[in-house]
Design a binder for this molecule. Structure first.
Ligand code: PMP
Length: 459
């Protein structure tokens, strides 16, 4: 086991040095930030694009690379929070979009590509009925509504620390904002994630710990006894908003059995897991089929798209008109064309084999660096997704994540990467996403930057 505990003073000094270096290399981004801030809060379109003291702005991407406004070529391990597992501007996806655009991009009327995508997803995810939306948030919002209509119940259960999008139902008990108030493990608190969330919504969302079936069973059975059984359990089959936290053996099967026993709709939110880790998501990877699946991000090669899959019985609530599952842009032809090209031509068996081999390489090499320097870190990964946990103990849920993970090192790692020509998604919750266009050399660049970091913090 690693002995070398990083020195805080050294980390602070390195942070200052790397931040200065980044500032020197990004003058144009700073100019853009000043201009942007006049008309956009934080100078960005989404708070997730923001960065303190200012973000780096980008112009374009191709394959595994993106270019900053300063003209720096950067190897992309961020990949749009996992949307771009196909790599940027993949020729087959570009061709599909170019063929579709002159034929019209939006009718508010049905087209055949959506039918074909529903057929593909039904086969891959083993759920027969599908609807399309424009984002992961829309997918989880509508799936929860369908689950509520199906069960006639209002309360929902989620894992503490999980992110399922930015609507009121699920902006509860996500991050460290209120860690001091998380409460006892058997009775985690429902905490708003930011302002503007009505108390009535917060009260309807009950958090439990991931990977702890005894705890989840007790909490749900208490809810049943109190006459307040949940409509659904919404969860990522592998948590991908705490780095990557894999399900312990048997956990998903146990959740499946528990939810079935109490007539609770099990929703696997596979906005990050689906497509990026297997074409058929958790059903393919872990052999557990939920009642509903939500997809987003990588499904349509970087065009806005989400999807909701469900059983015949549950989706009958949409089919019979009980639930208005709607949206002007739902199944829009541009996203459907991109999704088809991705599913049929890009995310092939060979593509997944390539991603798996790349991930094996990055994991083995980062682990070797940790061992070489006796450094407190270890890797977790599946297919295109993975992370180095800057931690001594194993991270299995939100509590162990907060206790074990060294947030300062995560922040420093981001600076080391960008200053050495690569980028990962910012924030301690994030992980890398490899793309089918990455090569062994790209992975080795990542490992080189990681070794620089580990060598410097253990000096
Ligand atoms: N569910 C999960 C698991 C996610 O990771 C995200 C986005 N990070 C969402 C839902 C929301 O997706 P979107 O940002 O497209 O609304």
């Amino acid at each position: 086991m690693a002995e070398c505990v990083p020195n805080r003073k050294l980390i602070a000094e390195l942070m200052e040095k790397e931040e200065k270096r980044l500032e020197q290399e990004t003058p144009k981004s700073y100019e853009l930030y000043q201009r942007a801030s006049k008309h956009m809060p934080m100078g960005v379109a989404s708070t997730y694009h923001a960065r303190d003291p200012y973000p780096v702005y980008f112009t374009h991407g191709r394959g595994p690379h993106i270019w900053s406004v300063e003209g720096r070529e950067i190897v992309d391990f961020h990949n749009g929070y996992g949307c771009m597992v196909q790599g940027h501007a993949h020729p087959l996806i570009v061709e599909a979009i170019q063929k579709r655009a002159p034929l019209g991009t939006q009718f508010g009327l049905p087209t055949e590509d959506a039918i074909i995508m529903a057929e593909h997803l039904a086969g891959a995810f083993k759920l027969p009925q599908w609807r399309f939306v424009n984002s992961g948030s829309e997918a989880t919002m509508d799936a929860i509504r369908v689950a509520r209509a199906f069960t006639g119940r209002e309360t929902i259960v989620k894992m503490f620390g999980s992110y399922h999008g930015h609507h009121d139902y699920v902006m509860v008990s996500i991050g460290a904002l209120d860690y001091g108030r998380i409460g006892p493990r058997d009775d985690y608190a429902s905490l708003p994630y930011g302002g503007g969330i009505p108390q009535s919504s917060i009260d309807l969302t009950v958090p439990v710990p991931f990977n702890d079936i005894e705890n989840m069973t007790r909490r749900i059975e208490r809810m049943v006894e109190e006459g307040n059984p949940p409509a659904c359990v919404i969860m990522e089959p592998a948590m991908m908003n705490l780095g990557v936290v894999l399900p312990e053996p048997g956990f998903l099967e146990d959740v499946r059995a528990l939810t079935k026993k109490h007539g609770i709709v099990l929703i696997f939110d596979e906005v990050k897991v689906g497509i990026c880790t297997a074409r058929g998501g958790a059903a393919e990877r872990w052999g557990v089929v939920p009642d509903m699946v939500t997809l987003g991000k990588a499904i349509a090669g970087g065009t806005p798209c989400g999807a909701i899959g469900g059983t015949e019985e549950i989706m009958a609530k949409v089919n019979d008109g009980t639930v208005f599952q709607v949206g002007t842009y739902s199944g829009n032809p541009l996203s459907m064309a991109a999704a088809r090209a991705s599913f049929e031509q890009v995310m092939t068996d060979e593509a997944y084999a390539h991603l798996n081999a790349l991930n094996d390489r990055i994991i083995a090499k980062c682990d070797a660096v940790c061992q070489k320097y006796d450094f407190p870190g270890y890797t977790v990964g599946i297919s295109s997704k993975g992370c180095v946990n800057f931690a001594l103990g194993k991270i299995t849920d939100y509590e162990s994540f907060i206790k074990e993970q060294d947030a300062d090192l995560v922040a420093l790692a981001w600076l080391y990467n960008i200053n050495r020509g690569l980028i990962i998604a910012p924030g301690r919750e994030e992980e890398w996403t490899l793309s089918v266009t990455h090569t062994d050399a790209d992975v080795d660049l990542f490992v080189g930057a990681f070794e620089d970091l580990v060598r410097d913090v253990t000096a």
